[in-house]
Structure formats: C-alpha cells, structure tokens
Design a binder for this molecule. Structure first.
Ligand code: GUN
Length: 307
C-alpha cells in the first residue's frame, strides 16, 4: 500500500490507495484457474466481443478485453463490424452467437452508432450470455437480489476493490454521483445489498458539495473531469473514482480532483490504476461464470434418471 502523509498537521493519519491493479491481478488469477479447468473439461470459456465502427476509445477497450481473454486462456471471438451496418444485421449476428454453444458471453461495446437502437441490441442478447449485465432480466434480478443473473462489471469491480482492501461497506453513508444504467443504478443496488445507506446524486441534485459532506463513501461516476473537489469531502471519506478522461494538459484524470481529495480521504482510488483494471477482471469473471453454468446445464441434461 502506497501511503501519502496527510496534511493539516494530523500526525500519523495516512491516505491509502485502493489498488485496482493488485485487486484485478487476484481476480484474474482466480479466473485463470477456472478457465483452465473448463479447458480441461473440454469446454473452454468463450467470449464474443463485438465492436461497431472505429471509435478510438472503444477500440482500446475492446483490444484490452480480447488481450485479457487470451492471457487467461479464454477463447475470444472478435467481430469488428462497419459503422454503417444495418441494425437488423447486427441483431442477426447476436442471434447467431446466442445459438452458438462455444460462445458463453456476448459483449457489444457501447456506445453504438446513432442509427442503431441500443435497447433493442441489449434486449437481443440472451440473458444467460449477457456478461455485461445490461439485459433487463439481469438488471431485474440484481434489483431483486437474485444471485442467478450477471452483475455489471464496473460496479461489481468497485465492491471487489473495497473488499480486497478490507474497507467496510455496511452502515456507511454512501453517495453515488451519477445515475447511469451501467454504473450508478447497479452501484446503488449493490451497496444497498451490502447494508450501506445509499443516496444517488445526479446533474439536477441541489448543492452536491453539501450532500457529499454527509458521505463517508463516495462513488464518483458522473462523467465529468475533476468535478468533485477535495473541500467537498468529509475527512476520512472513502473515495472511489469511476471516471476516466483524457485531458490535453493533465493527462488522464477522473471525476475527482485527486490531488485535493487524496489528503482528505482515508482511502482513494488512483486514476489510472483504480477502477479501470477491475472492469475487465470482472468481465472475464462473468464469462467463466457463464461457461461454468453452461457446463453444469449440459451435465444435468445428460444425466439420466436424476430427479
Ligand atoms: N462502454 C463503456 N463501458 C462499457 C461496458 O462496461 N460494456 C460495454 N459493452 N460497453 C461499454
């Protein structure tokens, strides 16, 4: 743990980094072991990653997802489709992958071109292959606290990074900044399940600084570079920064002004090296989970006479 001396003459109190790379390495090692036993059982875990168009940020994310699959001995099926592909052709491709038993997870990188209805695409992915956890069936299962679905990777990664560092969640006053379907909403559900008292702030929230002063756990997922200032935070707050933005003058920054926030917080994620590495780790985790479930389903189906 890298520690930075806290300012304000508070003596030995230090801020600790929530290390996403180290946490992701642990998760990936567990995934690699599961991937190996699936391979030995003759059913290697397979992830189909679909990119539509050539958005540069999406290209980087997709490349990293495919690379981690190969590192951990998952099969990766790459589909790079033209930006002007017809919606019906994309849906047809997804249906083909739904029916392909060697594909256990299907991921369509977002955002999609404007002529394609994202909701329709998400709804077409078979829920048991929806390793992003975006399908309404999986979102519904998460909301109901059912374990049989898939949890979206980024919020699942946030919980895992806190657990890895022994940071408690139960009883905390959590403020999530951002209400997206990918991060904010599922994050609220997960923290509530872990017995936090949860508030979700958004662009219409009045007096965000005042609200944040009541929080001892802040999850920043607003999509706005360095929105959250150090002076807004409660001393000793745990700060998790989901944002990542490329700036001309300051390189990669998050949704939190790190240099201001780090001396105030008790724990904080760096950007990069915080939540980012966790997202891919949880994706491959969901993929081996999907493959393991598929394997036990085929074993159940081929075991005669069992009730
Ligand atoms: N675009 C930004 N984040 C994500 C994600 O988690 N999954 C997919 N499919 N696209 C994204």
């Amino acid at each position: 743990v890298i520690a930075a001396a806290r300012g304000q003459g508070k003596g030995s109190v230090v801020t600790s980094l929530l290390d996403g790379k180290a946490t992701a390495a642990v998760v990936k090692a567990q995934v690699a072991a599961q991937a190996l036993s699936l391979l030995q059982a003759g059913q290697p875990a397979g992830l189909a990653v679909i990119q539509v168009g050539t958005d540069p940020a999406s290209t980087v994310y997709v490349r990293n997802k495919r690379r981690v699959c190969e590192e951990l001995q998952l099969r990766s099926f790459a589909f790079d489709l033209p930006a002007d592909i017809e919606e019906s052709a994309l849906l047809h491709k997804i249906e083909e992958l739904n029916a392909d038993p060697s594909v256990h997870g299907i991921l369509v990188q977002l955002p999609l071109p404007r002529h394609i209805r994202t909701e329709l695409v998400v709804d077409t992915i078979a829920p048991h292959k929806d390793v992003d956890g975006f399908h309404p069936v999986n979102a519904g299962k998460l909301a109901l606290g059912r374990a049989s679905g898939f949890v979206p990777c980024t919020p699942a990664g946030v919980v895992r990074i806190l657990d890895h560092h022994g940071v408690s969640i139960s009883g905390r006053r959590a403020v999530i900044v951002g209400r997206s379907n990918i991060v904010g909403k599922p994050m609220a559900t997960l923290l509530l399940q872990r017995d936090a008292t949860v508030t979700v702030a958004h662009s219409k929230t009045r007096d965000l600084p005042e609200l944040l002063r009541s929080a001892d756990l802040v999850v920043a997922a607003a999509g706005s570079p360095e929105l959250i200032r150090g002076a807004w935070l409660q001393p000793d707050a745990v700060v998790v920064d989901v944002g990542i933005h490329r700036t001309a003058d300051r390189g990669l920054v998050g949704d939190v002004a790190f240099s201001e926030a780090a001396p105030v917080a008790s724990w904080i994620t760096p950007v990069p090296g915080g939540v980012g590495p966790m997202t891919i780790a949880m994706l491959v985790n969901n993929t081996v989970l999907a493959a393991t479930r598929a394997l036990s389903a085929t074993q159940r189906a081929s075991t005669p006479g069992e009730a």
